[in-house]
Write a protein that binds this ligand. Sequence first.
Ligand code: BTX
Length: 325
Amino acid sequence: SEIRKRLIEAFTNAGQEYLSGQYLAETAGCSRTAIWKHIEELRKEGFLFEAVKKKGYKIVHAPENVTADEISFGLKTEFMGRSIHYEEKVDSTQKIAHRLATDGAVEGTVVVAEEQTLGRGRLDRRWHSPKYTGIWMSIILKPNLPMHKAPQLTLVTAVAVVQAIEDVTGLLPQIKWPNDILIDGKKVTGILTELQADADRINAIIIGIGINVNQKLEDFPEDILHTATSLSVETGQVISRAGLMQAVFARLEKLYLTYLKDGFYPIKLLWEGYALSIGKEIIARTVTGDIAGKALGITEDGVLKIQQEDGEIRHVYSADIIINE
Ligand code: BTX
C-alpha cells in the first residue's frame, strides 16, 4: 500500500534515529492508529522494532525474504526497484513482467519471486531457482531506443551486477560474453534479456536476472554441480538477498542513465575490464554452427568479434562461449 511505502521510506531515511508515532502519521498521511496497525503487520513479516517511550520507533532488523517491504527498506534509488511486484512462487518472473509491461508498468518496476518452478534461460533452457536461496527477478525498462541496441542492455546489466556483487561481498566476478557472470570459472548469475517491440521501436525490455546467493553446494542439481556456484559458497557467509538487490538497483540505475546519456562507449570500457574471454582462444557455439578463434573484444554495439585462424574477423551476435584455457 501507499502508506506502507511511505512508512518504509521514512524509516530508511531515519537511519539510526527513532521516529515518533506522530511524525510517522504525518509523513504517511494517516492516523496514529493506522500506523500502529502497519507496524504490527511489519512485525508479522519479521521486522523487529525497538520502541522507546517518548522517542518512538526504529527498525533494528529486517527479515530475510525479498518482499516489497524488505527491498524498499534501505533502498536509495530514484526509480529502479521503486515498484516491486512480489510473489512467493511463480513459474517465471519473466512472464509476469511481460504482462505488467503491457499493462503500463512504470520503468524500473521489478517482479521478484522466492521460487520459480519454470525459470528460463536462453534457448528454452531451464534456470534452477530454488526457494529462498537466490534472487530471481525481472526488471522492466522502457528506453527510447532502436531495437538493435537492446542487446547492449544485457551488457549494461552484467556490469551492474558485477559491481553490486563486489560492493556487497568483496568478491571479484568476471563476465563471460554475453550474459554469464562467473566466480573462479563457475556460474553465479545468468541474465536473460527479452524484448517487447512493435515496428522498430522498443516497448519494453524485460531483464531477467538470476543470482545464486545462499545455496549450499549440495543444493545444486547434478547437471550443474560442477559448473555453478553461489555467493555463500564463495564467501562462507549468508548474504542478504534484499541488500544485494538494493545494490544491483543502485548500480544499474546509475549505469543505465549513463548509457542513455553518453551511449555504450563508457559501458564498453567497464565491461571489457571485467571480461573473461577477451584475448583468449574460444569457440562460439551459435545456432548455425561453431566459430573458433581469438576473442578480440566487443564492437560499439556489444557484438563479439572473433578472429579466425585464417585471419577473417567474424561478428557474433548470440552464442555460448567455450574458452580454451
Ligand atoms: P543460459 O541459457 O545462459 O543458462 C542456462 C544454463 O545454465 C542451463 O542450461 C544450466 O546448464 C545452467 N544453469 C541452470 N540453472 C543454473 C543456476 N541456478 N546456476 C548456474 N547455472 C545454472 C541464463 O541462461 C539466463 C538465466 C536467467 C534467469 C532469470 S531468473 C529471473 C528471470 N526469470 C526467468 O524465468 N529467467 C530469468
